[in-house]
Design a protein around this ligand. Structure first.
Ligand code: ZN
Length: 175
């Protein structure tokens, strides 16, 4: 089932999400709904706060980089209570967009690679080394769990250029 996506301006997007204490049937259904929502929206990733739940879960559809250096899509991975470990000192600039901030894209500097540790939907802990677009998507979604949006990481002058559009989103999607 597709869930409604929250947009920039909604205070839930600025709150810190709580860890998942138990993977219940309800959580499993919710994760399925998150995946349905992500695919329907044709996004790269989706974090639980973006659909109104302040719990530490995100799903990512980017599986790696393709031969031309663009993001390659595949079966979504579920990350529950994720932890970002050992980010590389080497940074990379990549363009980011966000399903909660429609119509905008901005270049963001972040580490090139990192390790992520998380729980899967069966409660198993896994660790993965990621780089490129997949790493980028994981960092973007992980930010959502802490109430951080990619626009917060833009240089000041770029953020300023974004302001009129951001205000428009805020007013357009206000309940
Ligand atoms: Zn986002």
């Amino acid at each position: 089932m597709k869930l409604p996506i929250l947009y920039y301006g909604n205070p839930i997007l600025r709150k810190k999400a709580a860890p998942v204490t138990e993977i219940t049937e309800e959580i499993r259904t919710f994760v399925k709904d998150m995946i349905d929502t992500l695919i329907a929206a044709d996004g790269s990733g989706l974090a639980a706060p973006q659909v109104g739940r302040l719990i530490r879960i995100f799903v990512v559809r980017i599986v790696g980089d393709d031969e031309e250096g663009w993001a390659a899509y595949g079966t979504p991975t579920v990350f529950i209570n994720p932890e970002i470990l050992s980010p590389s000192t080497e940074d990379i600039i990549l363009p980011e967009g966000c399903l909660s901030i429609p119509g905008l894209r901005g270049n963001v500097t972040r580490p090139l690679s990192l390790k992520v540790r998380a729980m899967d939907i069966d409660g198993n802990i896994f660790t993965e080394e990621v780089s490129g677009w997949r790493a980028r998507c994981i960092m973007h979604e992980n930010d959502h769990l802490n109430g951080v949006l990619y626009i917060d990481r833009l240089p000041k002058h770029v953020r300023k250029e974004f302001e009129p559009h951001l205000r428009k989103i805020k007013s357009q999607y206000k309940k």
